[in-house]
Design a protein around this ligand. Structure first.
Ligand SMILES: [Zn+2]
Ligand SMILES: [Zn+2]
Length: 128
């Protein structure tokens, strides 16, 4: 039986190695990860971005931060990184929404061809 006591290895693992969030691909402390249904994990920040995106879609006003550059809604407007009325691009990935400014959106989409490569999205945007 292996139920009694924690090995040294296991403790070291929790301290040294972070957990890679599958949504933002950043390494987080295990304490900053939230377990989701089905055994998947998401970091606190991605979950927050998800809630902000839901709020924005419900209220029509985005008040959160860009999930890519991390600027606040006020800063995004000041720097013209979103639309004139504060429009944000919203991506839906693996059951979670994330909003990003239009500047990040144009550079993010080509980076994620693995996601959009074989969809209608890339088809309709194809340069002929
Ligand atoms: Zn994350
Ligand atoms: Zn941005």
């Amino acid at each position: 039986m292996f139920t009694r006591g924690r090995s040294r290895m296991e403790q070291a693992f929790h301290i040294i190695i972070g957990v890679k969030c599958p949504y933002c691909s950043r390494f987080r402390s295990p304490r900053d990860m939230i377990a989701m249904m089905g055994g998947a994990q998401i970091c606190v920040q991605c979950e927050l971005r998800h809630i902000e995106a839901l709020d924005a879609m419900a209220n029509g006003v985005f008040t959160g931060e860009c999930s890519e550059c991390g600027l606040s809604a006020d800063e995004l407007r000041a720097q013209n990184r979103c639309g004139q009325k504060g429009e944000m691009a919203v991506h839906f990935e693996n059951g979670r929404y994330r909003a990003m400014c239009l500047v990040c959106d144009t550079t993010y989409v080509p980076k994620r061809l693995d996601l959009y490569g074989k969809t209608e999205f890339s088809h309709t945007n194809k340069l002929d």
